[in-house]
Design a protein around this ligand. Sequence first.
Ligand SMILES: Nc1ncnc2c1ncn2[C@@H]1O[C@H](COP(=O)(O)OP(=O)(O)OP(=O)(O)O)[C@@H](O)[C@H]1O
Ligand SMILES: [Mg+2]
Length: 315
Amino acid sequence: MGATINRLNRPGYENRSVNRSENLSEKMPRNPSRYEAPYYERTEPTTVPVVLTIAGSDSGGGAGIEADIKTFTSLGVFGTVALTAVTAQNTTGVPGVYVLDPDFVVAQVDAVATDFTIGAAKTGMLANSAIIEAVAGVVKRHSIPNLVVDPVMVSKSRVPLMEEEARRTLVSTLLPLATVITPNIPEAEAILGMNITTTAEARLAARKLRDLGPRWVVVKGGHLEGETGYAGYAVDIAFNGEEFIELSARRYATPNTHGTGCTFSSAIAAYLALGLGVREALCSAKDYITWAIANSLSLGHGCGPTNHFYFRGHK
Ligand SMILES: Nc1ncnc2c1ncn2[C@@H]1O[C@H](COP(=O)(O)OP(=O)(O)OP(=O)(O)O)[C@@H](O)[C@H]1O
Ligand SMILES: [Mg+2]
């Protein structure tokens, strides 16, 4: 008998459980010499939006391109990849980083962009200035729409994932091309050289970051805990130059938040590719990351990953 996992029971949402009681091995003949799969009716023409992630690999599977692809798959878009770096990584740390050649990053984007119509793209770990410049160049050359820039600088385990000077290159070349940027608090502080300890300061930071050229800024509040009036909530500040949106969710007391940033930014890209406007994409992505944290997985010996699957909550 299998177990029933993941009950989602919130007002306005489908109550969905995933039942694994079906015992597949019982249906299998013993020692078959031939097995024929069922005939499935074709559903052509079938197509889904294509989304590109330009980011590093996390061998632990909870962050990086692995988190991106899982998010894309869960949200029903087709994920493609331009890998920038390979990390030896797990839930406790990052023992190794191997950075790829910028020309090879460009070759991957060229290969994808000349074959598919890309609906949206996201960037994650870009490692160094040469890769950032190369990525900015190839994004412009292919006029890739709906670019979400997650300015990844350090891992959850506090290992630097971007060289110092690369931050300046990121600001001057890539941020101006972005539809949305999604710095966390330490990244916003590093880019702006200011301290952010309150939601009011996060709003000020969002304003200053918007001046650097992106259409929308989301200053993520995962690292901003315990402020009066916001205690118990994870609040992100979105700003487009005219209006602020507070993206708020109940804060879960869990150590399993490995890859929250990658998952959130790739969900934004997925929803943009699915045709939502930026406001709706941000709210839907907030919903998805909240669900993924609420159902996060106790795997490994450190910060476990979020749960990317079985999200069917959006109406
Ligand atoms: N404990 C939590 N409960 C609910 N939401 C959270 C929690 N921690 C983070 N979030 C939300 O997750 C999203 C990602 O934010 P976060 O600040 O964790 O990103 P990050 O630091 O870039 O993550 P990463 O370390 O994976 O790169 C935001 O929407 C944030 O509000
Ligand atoms: Mg991050």
